[in-house]
Design a protein around this ligand. Structure first.
Ligand SMILES: NC(=O)c1ccc[n+]([C@@H]2O[C@H](COP(=O)([O-])OP(=O)(O)OC[C@H]3O[C@@H](n4cnc5c(N)ncnc54)[C@H](O)[C@@H]3O)[C@@H](O)[C@H]2O)c1
Length: 272
C-alpha cells in the first residue's frame, strides 16, 4: 500500500544492478510513494542492461557515473538537477565492491592496490558524492542522504575481509558529512546497517550462506529482507524523520543486540 510518503520529492538512487539489489527495491518503492527519481550506476554495470527495465518501470532516466570519478559525479548531479528542474531531496549510496574479497584474498594477505580500490569504491565514493553535490549545489535544504553499511564495521566477521574497513570508513564519512551538511542546509545523513541479504554483492563473499544462516538464527525477528530495507530507507527520505541524522541505524531483526538464542545454544551444546 502506498502512502504518498515521498510525494513531490526528487531523488538519486545509485547501485541498482539487478532485481536482487537493495537499491532496485528502493527505486521501485520510492516511485510507488510518489517520488521522481534518477537512476545511476557504473557504466560497466549499465552495459549489463537490466537497469533499463527498472528505468522503464519507474519512469526514471539513467545517468551513468563511476562513483570513483569526480567528473562523472559532477555530471550526474548537474544533469539530475536539470532533469528535475530543481534540487535533489534524497540520495541513496548503495555501492560496494572489494577485489580482495572477490578474488579470495584473506585479511592477513591483502593486495594493497586492491585494498585501495575497495576503500575508493565502497567508502571514499560516499565522500566524493557529497563533495560533488556540494560543489554543484545540487542538494535541497532539508534533504536526506542514506548509505548502506554492515555490522562488520563494528565486529569481526572473517570472510568479509577489507570490506569491514571500508564500512567503518563509510559510517565515519556519514557522521562527518552529517555535521557539515546539517549546519549548512539542514540535510541529514545516516547509514543503515543491513542484515546479510541475497544479492550479487552478498553472494560474492566467501561463506555468505554461513553469515546468512548465523544471523538468521541470532535475530529475534530473523534477517531483514531487501524490501524491508527499502521501506526503512524511505522513512529516512520522508518528512517523518527530519531530526534523525549522523546515525548508524541497525536494520537487522535485532541481531546487533542479541547475545545468544536457544537455537544457537542447542547448536553449541550439541542438543539439537
Ligand atoms: N547484500 C548484503 O548482504 C548487504 C548487507 C549489508 C549492506 N550491504 C550493502 O548494500 C549496498 C548494496 O549492495 P547489494 O547487496 O544491493 O548488492 P549489488 O551488487 O546489487 O549492489 C552493489 C552495487 O555497487 C555498484 N558499483 C560497484 N562499483 C561501482 C562504481 N565504481 N561506481 C558506481 N557503482 C558501483 C554495482 O554496480 C552494484 O550496482 C552495498 O554497499 C553493500 O555493501 C549489503
Amino acid at each position: 500500500m502506498a502512502y504518498g510518503l515521498l510525494k513531490g520529492k526528487r531523488g538519486i538512487i545509485t547501485g541498482a544492478l539487478n532485481e536482487q539489489s537493495i537499491a532496485w527495491k528502493v527505486a521501485e518503492l520510492a516511485h510507488a510513494e510518489g517520488a521522481s527519481i534518477v537512476l545511476t550506476n557504473a557504466p560497466v554495470a549499465m552495459r549489463m542492461g537490466e537497469i533499463n527495465k527498472l528505468a522503464e518501470a519507474t519512469k526514471a532516466p539513467v545517468i551513468g557515473a563511476d562513483a570513483t570519478k569526480d567528473e562523472d559525479l559532477d555530471k550526474l548531479f548537474t544533469e539530475s538537477v536539470a532533469h528535475f528542474g530543481g534540487k535533489v531531496d534524497f540520495l541513496l549510496h548503495s555501492i560496494g565492491m572489494s577485489p580482495n574479497v572477490r578474488k579470495g584474498k584473506a585479511y592477513d594477505d591483502l593486495n594493497y592496490e586492491w585494498y585501495k580500490q575497495t576503500l575508493d569504491i565502497s567508502a571514499m565514493s560516499f565522500h566524493r558524492m557529497l563533495q560533488s553535490a556540494k560543489r554543484t549545489d545540487a542538494l535541497a535544504d532539508g534533504g536526506s542522504v542514506v548509505a548502506l553499511s554492515y555490522i562488520a564495521a563494528q565486529r569481526v566477521f572473517p570472510g568479509y575481509g577489507d570490506m569491514a574497513d571500508a564500512k567503518a570508513l563509510l559510517e565515519s564519512i556519514g557522521r562527518s558529512w552529517g555535521y557539515y551538511l546539517g549546519m549548512e542546509k539542514k540535510v541529514r545523513v545516516n547509514t543503515i546497517s543491513q542484515s546479510p541479504t541475497m544479492t550479487t554483492a552478498g553472494a560474492g563473499i566467501k561463506g555468505f550462506g554461513g553469515f546468512y544462516g548465523f544471523a538468521q538464527e541470532m535475530s529475534p525477528l530473523g534477517n531483514a529482507p531487501a524490501e524491508d530495507c527499502a521501506k526503512y530507507c524511505l522513512t529516512l527520505f520522508s518528512d517523518l524523520t527530519k531530526y534523525v541524522t549522523m546515525q548508524n541505524l541497525f536494520h537487522d531483526g535485532g541481531f546487533s543486540t542479541t547475545g545468544v538464542t536457544p537455537g544457537m545454544m542447542a547448536k553449541a551444546t550439541g542438543e539439537e
